[in-house]
Each structure stands twice: as C-alpha cells, then as structure tokens.
Design a protein around this ligand. Sequence first.
Ligand code: FRU
Length: 297
Amino acid sequence: MIALGCTKSTNKEQLVIGFSQVTVKEPWRVIFNEKLKEKAGEYGERLKLIMLDADDKTENQVEHIKSFIAKGVDAILISPKEASGCSKAIQEATEMGIPVIVLDRDITYKGYAAYIGADNFGIGQAAGKYAVDMLGGPGKAKGKVYEICGALASTPGQERKNGFFEIVSREAGIEILGGLDADWKLDKAKEITQDVLQVNKDIDIIYAHNDPMAYGAYQAAREVGLEKKIKFLGIDGLPHEGALWVKKGILAATFLYPTPGEKGLEVAMGILLGTKKIQTGERIILSTATISHSNTK
Ligand code: FRU
C-alpha cells in the first residue's frame, strides 16, 4: 500500500511514533529533542514516542527505520545525516503505508509525507547580504571571506553555501578564499581555522554554516590575536549559544534556525488522527530571523 495524499484516521488507544535523530552531540539537537519531548507530553497516554540517537551515522538511521517498520509504528520522524543514504529505507516505510516526516535536512526521495525545516537557501542569502553590508554595501563591498561549511552531503550545507554565494558573487570586490567542510563541528572548524590563519591572516569575515563552527573559528582567531579584526557569522541562534555570542560581541550576527520537532510531531499526529490533510511531499517552511547587535541589546 502506498500512503499518498496522507490522511489517516485511527481509533487506536495509543499511537506509536518513532524518531531517528542524527546525533545528540550538538547543542541544537539537544534543544530539538527537549522541545520534541515536551510536545509529546501534551498528548499524554495517547502517544508513545520512541526517540533514537544515530550517533551521527547514516547506517544507524537505516537500522532505526527498519526497526520502526518491524515494530509496526504508526508514523516515523527522521532528521537525517545527509541527503541520500536514508532515502531507500524511507521509501520502503512510505510504501508500507507509514507516514514519514523528514525534519531539517531533506533527502533525495520525495515521496515522504512531509518535509519540515527553514529556508536554508534564504538563510545563506541573508548571511551573504550581511557580509556585503559589513564590507561596504552592494556595489562597493571589498574584502576577503572564508567559509566553513556544514556537511556538504546534507541539504542545509549545500543550500547555505549556494544562497551565500549567490549574493556575494555579485560583488567584484569580494574574494571568497575557499571553504572546507567541518561537518557542523566546533573542533573541526577550529582546526581548519588554525591551519588557514597560519598561511593567510588577511581575512575580513568568516562565515560558518552554524554557530558552534563560528565559535570554533573565533577561538582559533583569538589564539593569534585576530578575534577583533575578523568578523564571524553563524547560523542557529540558540539563546544560550549563538544569540548570546552576538550579545557578547563574539559573533557579528547569527541567523535563527528553528528546531522543527514540535511541528513535526503535530503534523504526524494530525495525519494519524485525521485532523490534518497534507499533500505527499508537502514542504512546511519555518520562519527565520537575523540576530545581530541591533536586536540583542
Ligand atoms: C546540528 C546542526 C545545526 C545546524 C543543522 C543543520 O546538528 O548542525 O547546528 O543548523 O544541524 O542541519
């Protein structure tokens, strides 16, 4: 059976939803899980939520999906490591009639019930505009930018890069010095920045695809006394992390990337209870915002 046009209605006493989270090592994921658990609590005994941690490995997520299918769960939520690896398993679950909601990082298979996340290309563009303004404004911007990428096998990594590039590449005076993949990790970003600053200290802006990597880059710059000269841009905007670092003047700005767990659960429950109709492959886009000095004072 193929779950198309996803509406289901059930009178089962308890619904079971399986969630495969890519990792719990990053602060954004911890908050994501906390908010999801809190939301699950609102459904009381009506819902049993099984939350699994994939330890940053696609193969574990494939196993999670298989185990959810074997358990006969009513719906699956997944926030995948990268775009391609889980597609086949998600297709299998979908074809068995289990609604699958993909959260934050999109996948290549598009027959799932829904995708929920923010507009990563738009966030990249917003960061690009911020960089252009810091370097003198459209048509006049001049300076050197180093980019630290999140995982480029994931859609947020690709889109944050492409959106940023679309804006800054219009400026003849901006040079992008390249950018390595730090897989969203603070330590890797710090190492990359240490290496880069050994050969080139002439950098005006470091644009990192998330706040932990921006902070890692900042730490490396501080070791060689360049933390004031270089401006840092991040993404996520968690109150105790990116937003706080902006307030402290560590980052020039960050861009809010809301966690999609609560919405994901709400949509899954809506499908199962028959109160929400969605089109197969529906995209639900969460809103974002720029967090800079002007709005954190
Ligand atoms: C956490 C994270 C966030 C980032 C998101 C992108 O694992 O790296 O910092 O915004 O994933 O998918």
